[in-house]
Design a protein around this ligand. Structure first.
Ligand code: HEC
Length: 699
């Protein structure tokens, strides 16, 4: 039974206050929920029991969220429907957990048999009890803070993978760590990049056929992209596949790279070439193909990178690889000769769609370049593409060749070009989702104008941006209107079904469920539930910080929970200036979990809960609520107006008694001398110490 939850609801009802705040485990023994108990039967085996068969069948495990996109198809669709379009308005906060970190939080939590694993900024890993939010362990890989200068887009991390008792995290500094799922201790650790170069790792690893797949980023700085596969149990390197050709005077690593080299000109290898695989992957077990999205060219400007033109394979492409060897089966390039940072690292979704009377095995992607792509995932053949946001650089996609038709307006070799989408993309890394019941894809879409101009001279600035593009032009775009929206897209007919507008871009990823719902957090710190078929907004809550990560849903003991990690940050938040500041949020990591109130709050229940509170806790709580709670908050949770006494009590030590006796003159804190005796003041201190302990607030 999820104790904190009923308790928050109870306090809310009792005192008529807003939601209670960070409650983990309240010291209340409540009556068991009969239905929930009955469903608690299946054995909880946890990460130790996550093997290849379970990962392949992850989509069928309604209660869990076993891999980054929920299953290998990365649909982010949950079959759970306890929370649905008839009752979502009744969602309440069940628990919250603060990571204690600032900066961008981009993780999709993994949930296995009642336990949750996620990352915060700086690649810190947390294991929580998924019912209560109680911290089980934390592992800080102690990323050297100097690494931050190499990170294009904040010190973020998009989450972990789990397999056979281990939790995997790619650390910002390029290490891949395998942690014991029970204790958080390091089992093995390898360095996946040349740490002398400007590589970083921010993406979530994926486990495919006993190997950990991990890419990297750094194409703003001049690196050569690749993806590596390590034996999941030993950490031994199994294969490494580069995404762009290296120095042609040396032997090519593969036939595919030899072919790719013919699409480059000049001395591209001297500046890395880019094509970094920093985020998206998907896997089709029956086709035995691993799909990897590749990033922009390095430098951005093709004039600087490959001066006499060429498609520059395999930048901005979807690659289909043999998961055992890393060998290229096919590729599809969404932006030939990328010139604008139009990465194809955006989230890819696998689905089987009926198109023109044929059931097609497709891969769907809404990369930065503004076109929504539907590709045959068996052989990479083109099916369709249409703009899902405003696109000015191309006049559409050639239906025969599947190549975009650039119209010249995006060329900036000889001057300034204003281009849509921008380098932030019509959609960035924030994951989209696909609901097989509505047939719609839910895209965190955005409209931002891009300005491109050649740098006077292509400089080499180690550890700093070397894009070939002059960023000073952005300083002139002060009146630029930027916006974002949740876009429901029909991939079969390639058209918009509905949209929900937001004031600003850089909103969170999406989750969709069999309950006809879509969930999305927003840059300005809200968390929304909308009806999946028509976009009607059903519910909204405050998430405590700007949300960029994608929500997940899972069930424990028969109760469905929805979790979203808030934590404002990432590329746009850091670089967006005024346009980003309008979010009006503070940056702090906070894991928010919601559920329906599973018991109606009746007078009988409230009496029962009060009676069940153990002494002396009950007496102390009464004392606090009689004399202090009206200013310092129910259960001593502050909402930011006055001191949060859970934090004060440890810090004040002996002076606590003095302050309570004499008050704080000039600030409005009354003195209680002559009202409360010494014993009562000690009781109050004991109550606050217990509350701090319950909420994981270290003295
Ligand atoms: C009428 C409102 C009010 C009531 C009632 C009240 N306080 Fe306060 N308290 C304040 C104000 C105002 C401050 C000073 C401003 C601040 O700390 O934010 C304060 C400060 C404090 C501090 C110092 C906090 C710090 O971090 O420095 C302590 C400790 C404290 N109160 C304890 C109590 C206790 C215990 C009770 C109940 C016996 C109580 N207060 C009742 C308003 C109140």
């Amino acid at each position: 039974m999820h104790r904190g939850f009923v308790f928050v609801g109870l306090v809310t009802a009792l005192l008529g206050l807003g939601c209670g705040g960070e409650d983990a485990a309240a010291p209340v023994a409540e009556p068991a929920h009969p239905a929930a108990e009955a469903e608690a039967a299946p054995a909880r085996q946890g990460v130790a029991a996550v093997d290849d068969a379970r990962l392949r069948g992850a989509g069928g495990e309604a209660n869990n969220w076993l891999s980054h996109g929920r299953d290998y198809a990365e649909q982010r669709f949950s079959p759970l429907e306890q929370v649905n379009d008839t009752n979502a308005s009744g969602l309440l906060r069940a628990w919250t957990f603060e990571t204690g970190l600032t900066r961008g939080h981009e993780a999709t939590p993994i949930v296995v048999d009642g336990r949750m694993y996620l990352t915060g900024s700086w690649s810190v890993v947390f294991a929580l009890d998924a019912r209560t939010g109680e911290l089980l362990w934390k592992h800080d890989p102690l990323v050297p803070r100097e690494t931050a200068v190499k990170a294009c887009c904040d010190v973020v991390n998009r989450g972990v993978a789990v397999y056979r008792g281990l939790v995997y995290v790619g650390a910002l500094d390029g290490r891949l760590l395998a942690l014991d799922a029970e204790t958080g201790q390091v089992v093995w650790e390898v360095v996946t990049v040349d740490q002398e170069k400007d590589y970083t790792v921010t993406g979530a690893p994926r486990i495919v056929k006993g190997k950990v797949m991990i890419g990297n980023g750094g194409a703003e700085f001049g690196v050569r992209g690749y993806i590596s596969a390590y034996d999941a149990l030993t950490g031994e390197l199994a294969w490494r596949t580069y995404t762009v050709p290296g120095d042609p005077s040396k032997p090519f690593e593969s036939e595919a790279l030899e072919q790719a080299a013919k699409t480059w000109t000049g001395e591209w290898w001297k500046r890395g070439g880019g094509g970094t695989a920093w985020d998206s992957m998907a896997f089709d077990a029956s086709l035995d193909l691993l799909y990897v999205g590749t990033g922009n060219g390095s430098p951005w400007s093709r004039y600087a990178r490959s001066p006499d033109g060429g498609d520059n394979l395999y930048v901005s492409s979807i690659l289909a690889l043999d998961p055992d060897t890393g060998e290229l089966a096919w590729h599809f390039q969404t932006t030939p000769g990328d010139n604008w940072d139009y990465t194809a690292t955006q989230h890819m979704i696998l689905a089987d769609l009926m198109i023109d009377g044929r059931l097609r095995k497709v891969i769907m992607q809404a990369p930065k370049n503004g076109f929504f792509w539907v590709i045959d995932r068996m052989d990479g053949s083109f099916i369709s593409a249409e703009p899902y946001v405003t696109v000015t650089w191309a006049d559409g996609v050639d239906p025969k060749t599947g190549r975009p038709i650039p119209n010249g307006s995006g060329e900036y070799r000889d001057g300034l070009a204003l281009v849509r989408p921008t380098a932030f993309g019509g959609h960035n890394w924030q994951p989209m989702s696909f609901n097989p019941r509505t047939g719609l894809v839910y895209i965190p879409a955005q409209e931002i104008l891009g300005a491109y101009m050649m740098e006077k001279e292509l400089l080499d600035r180690p550890k700093h941006f070397n894009t070939g593009s002059d960023f000073a032009v952005f300083a002139t775009l002060t009146r630029e209107v930027v916006s974002g929206h949740l876009l429901a897209w029909d991939p079969v007919n390639q058209k918009e079904a509905w949209r929900h507008p937001y004031a600003m871009p850089w909103n969170g990823g999406t989750l969709t469920t069999a309950g006809n719902l879509v969930f999305q957090g927003t840059a300005d710190g809200r968390f929304l539930a909308l009806r999946a078929d028509d976009g009607q907004k059903l519910w909204e809550a405050h998430a405590g910080s700007g949300v960029i990560a994608a929500p997940v849903t899972y069930a424990v003991d028969g109760v469905q929970y929805v979790t979203v990690v808030a934590g404002w940050g990432g590329a746009f938040a850091l670089a967006g200036g005024d346009a980003a500041a309008q979010a009006g949020v503070v940056s702090r990591g906070i894991v928010n979990t919601y559920a329906l109130s599973d018991q109606p709050i009746t007078p009988a229940l409230v009496s029962e809960l009060l009676a069940s509170r153990p002494e002396p806790y009950r007496g102390r709580e009464n004392l606090f609520h009689t004399w202090c709670a009206r200013c310092h908050g129910s259960r001593a949770v502050g909402s930011g107006v006055l001191a949060d006494l859970r934090y004060s009590v440890g810090r004040l030590g002996e002076s606590f008694e003095t302050i309570v006796r004499h008050g704080v003159s000039g600030l409005g804190m009354p003195g209680f001398d002559g009202i409360l005796d010494e014993e009562e003041i000690r009781e109050l201190r004991a109550y606050l110490e217990t509350r701090a302990e319950q909420d994981g607030i270290a003295p």
